[in-house]
Design a protein around this ligand. Structure first.
Ligand code: F6P
Length: 528
């Protein structure tokens, strides 16, 4: 590990006065002309920087930004150095590149319209629901697509401007799927890897996307495309064949060179088409490798955190504040419809109504951090969650003793760790989730091997944490049984389960994930 200051250090972020903000040259630029060359040998691109510009009481300030992607990439970047290209979470001109805690951050600016059309629109009201198995209906709007193309090009140019000749570029997630091809077309010297942090849907769902071929071709500009689960990679390979007429062999895709691409595209078959309609592939082609590389957490930082006396004291305080119940259940998520928060609440409410916990006093702490609040589905979900919490508390609470403590807030890592320490049962009930790092964080914090994890089968984490109490969140009866079993598990069984999960997360931590990705990228680039 590099000995750099943590990006969670809010003081250092807020030292950057908003008045430092100036145009960073990442605004939409003419498509013509050569693309710039920079000085970094390693460049990461993600929709978000690890910090957001937010309005605090004393004016604008920088705060750690939300999401699993940032929490995973942050320690990797602190180790590796290089530049991080991303958006700062608010509309406006980009500040000049700046350096904090050894991270070289390159902001990309988005106008208010682009926040609406690129971020809230195409990224989070089209792709997000589509890629999460249409839990909410995706919206397809042509003006959103245009903004997606424009913003992806801005990111691609910003990345090029940072990348030295022959540099390694790591593009992240569904918001930037066109960046690999845009870079490949202008900077063929680069070694380009992309990692999709969320699920990649089955073809029957993906095929709904009017721009499916462009998305597939955009990703295929990379040398390596990483996914969380085998199923995601398999779904993508099928999309390559069916949406873009590519030939696949095992985990590899053969991509015709630029001049020949249109031939392959013309041969793309429709949803129920077959290989027989595909033309012979041209002789000149590039190989693109796909790989399954489940993301993880910075084990060592959590292990250190839960040894700290202030964090342990805070955990005791939290339990006291809850009235020292027999069992503390905990849910921590972004307030997102993919997380199955309502399913969890309904299961807990029914358990209380049926008296299934017997004489055990239970409390559910529900942390739902604000997310994408201007997207309609998120506003509707918040209303529904809050009505449900109020109903359960109204039905089952006593004065000063509600069964659910609901917190619509974002907490620093220390506070999260103290909550993990205070919780006997962790509830992760996603309807669909690329990985779910909260599950892994809980496991990392349980150093005395106590505690129980109730985990949805529909998370990437379920492939690895097989000793959890696995549930189908749509099966409310099954989930209720699992919650009761987790709340009453004998200590020896809890230890056996937790020990095995801890072994897995310790061994496959985020450093190993990043090292595996970069090793696979080196190999893929050499075989290109
Ligand atoms: O990990 C999935 C992810 O969507 C990231 O891409 C994203 O940065 C994070 O969750 C949080 O979402 P948002 O950036 O929209 O707040």
């Amino acid at each position: 590990m590099l000995t750099l200051k943590s990006v969670q250090d809010e003081a250092s972020w807020s030292e950057l006065a908003p008045s430092d903000r100036v145009t960073a040259g990442t605004e939409a630029a003419p498509r013509e002309g050569p693309w710039p060359v920079g000085q970094h040998d390693f460049v990461v691109a993600a929709c978000r920087l690890p910090v957001d510009l937010v309005q605090g009481v004393d004016g604008d300030e920088w705060r750690p930004s939300p999401g699993g992607l940032v929490s995973a990439l942050d320690p990797v970047m602190r180790d590796a150095g290089g530049a991080w290209v991303g958006w700062m979470g608010a509309a406006g001109e980009a500040p000049e590149p700046f350096e904090v805690a050894g991270l070289h951050l390159i902001p990309v600016g988005l106008s208010a319209e682009e926040v609406r059309d690129f971020y809230e629109g195409f990224s989070n009201a089209t792709l997000w629901p589509l890629y999460h198995d249409v839990i909410a209906p995706p919206e397809f709007q042509r003006s959103w697509w245009d903004a997606y193309v424009r913003v992806n090009e801005r990111f691609a140019r910003a990345v090029a401007a940072q990348s030295a000749v022959g540099a390694t570029v790591w593009v992240n997630d569904y918001q930037l799927q066109l960046v690999p091809k845009m870079l490949r077309d202008r900077r063929s010297d680069l070694s380009i890897g992309v990692f999709i942090h969320i699920p990649f849907p089955g073809y029957e769902i993906f095929a709904q996307l009017p721009w499916r071929r462009q998305i597939v071709n955009g990703l295929l500009g990379a040398d390596l495309i990483g996914f969380q689960r085998h199923g995601d990679a398999a779904n993508f390979l099928r999309a390559c064949r069916q949406a873009a007429g590519m030939v696949t062999s095992g985990s590899m895709v053969r991509v015709p060179d630029a001049g020949q691409e249109s031939a392959g595209e013309a041969a793309a078959v429709t949803a129920n088409g077959s290989n027989s309609r595909r033309r012979r592939q041209p002789d000149v082609s590039r190989n693109v490798q796909t790989a399954t590389l489940p993301i993880s957490i910075d084990w060592a930082s959590y292990a250190d955190l839960v040894k700290r006396e202030d964090v342990r004291a805070r955990a005791r305080e939290n339990r006291d504040a809850l009235g020292r119940p027999d069992v503390v259940l905990l849910g921590i998520d972004r307030l997102d419809y993919t997380k199955g928060i309502l399913h969890r609440l309904n299961a807990y409410g029914e358990l209380l109504s049926e008296g299934r916990f017997g004489s055990l006093q239970t409390v559910l702490v529900l942390v739902a951090s604000p997310s994408r609040e201007r997207v309609e589905q998120y506003r509707l979900l918040r209303d529904e969650v809050e009505v449900t919490v109020a109903r359960i508390n109204g039905d089952h609470g006593e004065l000063g003793n509600p069964p659910i403590h609901y917190l619509h807030q974002t907490y620093p890592t220390e506070e999260m760790a103290s909550l993990y320490l205070a919780a006997d049962v962790m509830l992760v009930t996603s309807l669909r989730d690329g990985m779910n790092l909260v599950a892994k964080e809980y496991v990392a914090c349980r150093e005395d091997e106590s505690g129980a994890l109730v985990l949805s089968e529909f998370t990437g984490a379920a492939d690895e944490l097989t000793s959890a109490f696995l549930v189908n969140p749509h099966d409310i009866e099954g989930m209720k049984d699992a919650i009761v079993r987790a709340a009453t598990v004998p200590p020896a069984e809890a230890r056996r389960r937790m020990r095995s999960m801890r072994r897995r997360v310790r061994e496959f931590d985020v450093n190993r994930w990043a090292a595996s990705f970069l090793a696979a990228l080196r190999q893929a680039s050499s075989l290109r």
